[in-house]
Design a protein around this ligand. Sequence first.
Ligand SMILES: Cc1ncc(COP(=O)(O)O)c(C=O)c1O
Length: 403
Amino acid sequence: MTKLAINGGTPVRTRPFPKWPFWDKAEIQELLEVIGSSVWGIGGVQVPAFEKAYAHYHEAAHGILVNSGTTGLEIALKAAGIGPGDEVLVPAYTFVATASAVLTVGATVRFVDIDPETYNMDPAKIEAEITPAARAVLPVDFAGRPADYDAILKLSAMHNLLVIEDAAQAWGAEWKGKKVGALGLAGMFSFQSSKNITSGEAGIILTNDDGFARLARSYINCGRVEGGPWYEHHYAGGNYRPTEFQAAVLKAQLNRYEPLLKKRERNARYLDEQLAGIKGIGVMRLDPRITRQAYHLYIFRYNQEAFGEMPKQTFLNTLRAEGIPASGGYGCPLYKQPLFVNRAFGPKGAPVDVGIDYTKYDLPVSEKACAEEAVWLNQETLLGETADMADIVEAIVKIQKNV
Ligand SMILES: Cc1ncc(COP(=O)(O)O)c(C=O)c1O
């Protein structure tokens, strides 16, 4: 038996996995053009061109580029008319922005547990969280895997809820052959540094609703209306506009996206097949309704019983010592973050009574994913070759043989 690297043995690999972001002459050329144009912000051609290209790629009527995914969610909620007194249903296993955007518009968060085999909002758990104040549901296409839109759209129609997708991680993902993002009222995608399409920071809102698009566009541009005088302001908006530089880089990134998406899909399929054969490693459920998955993360489920009761953190440390850059993801469900425990929603973090005691939440699937089960590989790891994926499998098998 070969000795584990963490105990002084030779690691399975020392070569690094691909480094993100990928870029080449295309980004440089695009940026030089912006600089040379002397139009770096408002009034430029890059932002509208990218909005059009991305909306077209995602089969939506409108794309509104904003300075981050987080602000994209906030603006989408605001343009949907969500505000104080409204409740929004959010999965407990997601990045904080999904929930903090709801707080920013003055509405209240209700948490829903996730499905153990998809890590997306569990549709069977939604109804229990619907109160008369519920106005919207905010499903996350977590890791680039579309949520169950058959169930979510049906439930939202039954209960008169708006659907706003947090598709921050789901560029190119499809539900039953249709791109995500504008399956409900609107959706948001992030282009932050770690994301599969990136300009460092930025986000985009997609929608098929003309009125919503007009309002969202106004909110990101100081409340101005299209064609209106520069110093005429109709709504309480702000400046959330992106720069021409961001749009220029995004254009180059989008042009190179499809082959990278295909590669991630191919490597994920390989890992699914190989890891399914290892006792104690659970692969996520295959769902034929998901016709494309974006793979911002490749997630598998670790069961310590099959690894001599080695805790998840020790497994991760051991795997990393073998040269595999795995992480454990979120340390706790969102309701356990100090923000929610202390209900620090008021001025200067003062507690606010919203009628929900977040310390009473105990959503078992989210808890287990954080504490025991979820192992994440980042999207750039999936940009390696098959031999690199084989190293991941080999490292896990090596650990298991050593316990
Ligand atoms: C699920 C999810 N929602 C929202 C966001 C927020 O996007 P951004 O970082 O662009 O503000 C992110 C990105 O980190 C995310 O992963």
